[in-house]
Write a protein of this length. Structure first.
Length: 127
C-alpha cells in the first residue's frame, strides 16, 4: 500500500472520529478512537512507536516517540488544543526526517474538520 493510499484511509478515519467526537476530551481519547477506526480498515498501527537518531556516528535509542505509526510508513500526531503551533509542525517535520518516513500528518481534534489537518509533511521521494 502506498503512502497516498494510507493517507486517504487515515483522513477518512479521522473524519469519522471527528464527526462522532465529544469536544474537550484529552488527545489520547481521540488517538484511541482513531486507532479503532484504522484497525477496522485493516491498517497496521503502532502506538507510541519509538525511533532512534544518529549524531556524529552515534545512535541514540528512544530519541523520540510518535503517537501513531501506520503501516510502518506514515507518522500520525494527534492534538486536542486550541491551535497547532509552528513548533508542532517543526517537530513533525523532524520526526519525518529522522524516522526515514516520507509522510507525516498532524491532526487537531478540537477544531472544525476543515482545519483538522494542520500539516502534512512529505520528505524527498527517492527513485
Amino acid at each position: 500500500m502506498t503512502e497516498a493510499e494510507i493517507l486517504a484511509l487515515i483522513l477518512n478515519c479521522a473524519y469519522e472520529v471527528h464527526e462522532d467526537y465529544v469536544p474537550g476530551l484529552p488527545a489520547e481519547v481521540y488517538e484511541t478512537w482513531l486507532v479503532v477506526e484504522l484497525n477496522q480498515q485493516w491498517l497496521t498501527v503502532n502506538r507510541h512507536k519509538e525511533f532512534s537518531v544518529k549524531y556524529l556516528e552515534q545512535t541514540f535509542d528512544h530519541a523520540f516517540k510518535v503517537d501513531l505509526f501506520a503501516e510502518n510508513k506514515v507518522i500520525v500526531q494527534i492534538r486536542a488544543g486550541e491551535e497547532i503551533t509552528d513548533l508542532d509542525i517543526s517537530i513533525l517535520k523532524n520526526y519525518v526526517r529522522h524516522s526515514g518516513c516520507k509522510l507525516g500528518i498532524l491532526f487537531n481534534f478540537l477544531t472544525p474538520f476543515y482545519l483538522i489537518v494542520a500539516g502534512a509533511v512529505i520528505d524527498k521521494v527517492e527513485d
